[in-house]
Design a binder for this molecule. Sequence first.
Ligand code: UD1
Length: 418
Amino acid sequence: MDKLRITGGSPLNGEISISGAKNAALPILCAGLLTADTISLSNVPKLNDIATTLKLLSQMGVRCDRSQDNAVSITADQVTTLEAPYELVKTMRASILVLGPLLARFGEARVSLPGGCAIGQRPVDQHIQGLAALGADIKIEHGFVVARAKRLKGAVVRTDMVTVTGTENLMMAAVLAEGQTVLENAAREPEVVDLAELLIKMGAKIKGHGTDRIVIEGVDKLHGASHRVCPDRIEAGSFLCAVGAAGGSIVLRDVAPDTMGATISKLQEAGIKIECGSDWIKAGMTGRPRAVDVRTQEYPGFATDMQAQLMALDAIADGTSVIVETIFENRYMHVQELIRLGANIDIDGHTAVVRGVTRLSGATVMATDLRASASLVIAGLAAEGETIVERIYHLDRGYEKMEHKLRLLGANIERITS
Ligand code: UD1
């Protein structure tokens, strides 16, 4: 398994481009199942989760062509199987996103239940209940969600909690349903909006995306379209935390600062000087960050996907901060590893109290999930001496060439391939 070796202490300086958003690209690729025409996508990041999705679609008979320049085209004109097997779903929960499109277009789907994951239980009951409300006959059989419907029928669906992939799955199902669907308590994440924009280009009738009430008028058929995947706000936020921890001055290109309000204002509170244009962010940091409290929330609140990275910054901050994780029940797996680097953190249920220390010291640590890995890399950049981050396959699921981008900025980081 590959590792990263980081020698801390080098400030970050220079300019990098931010990749397309993983969490937008995943549902968008699955939306290719909704039509027999070609969907042409650009700015699709090269990540393991994207490769898994393309493998899943290919196994169903979908033609997936990927070019060097991050363009992908998807043609689902000869779908041969309506099943997502356990082997793929267990490696990536987002595979559940094929359920809505398969059911809507083909009237049938068999998708393995994802099972548990490192950051919590993460059930898919809301996806299932929502599809049942749209008229699907849906049951769990031998570990699979098995769904059937001649044609889905529009309905008012109110999810018990705000769910991002739940909203996406239901939106993709509703675009081909008969009549009107109203999704109440819908997720407002920019990635949901990006998916809605692609679906509209494909001929779907959607209003209210970006609010908590999405109204969809079902159509009989969708057609091909071209779309550029929106920038990855979590990757961008992670690099901002990195410069906050290591110091220096960086420019991020190909970003969407208007989707990063909560992150940017927290990092400014921590002392990072941030300036934004329409598609760039300039960030500079000197000295030690200030401790900042944070409570994770659904968009437009502070993203749970940024919590671990911000904690790395708080670990070396001047003062004590309180972090409250409200979205996932087990998202503090990075804490024990940050403590191995010398951080002073106490956990009580959903709350972490971080007492900033003046310096971290390099050690061997283990990545446990995607954002935890980024947090350890950020801490390693600030730590004295050498940090080895093991199990970085988690990082490769969601960050495109992270060590390459950090090296461009002057970090002392290398991949050790085993
Ligand atoms: C998505 C993101 C992930 C992010 C998360 C929260 C993708 C591919 N992944 O995950 O990076 O951390 O949103 O912003 O976009 N829940 C249920 N039942 C359900 C669905 C969700 O109980 O049927 C719960 C979850 O356990 C969790 C909360 O609702 O506690 C929010 O989860 P959800 O928004 O669904 O997360 P994902 O869509 O899986």
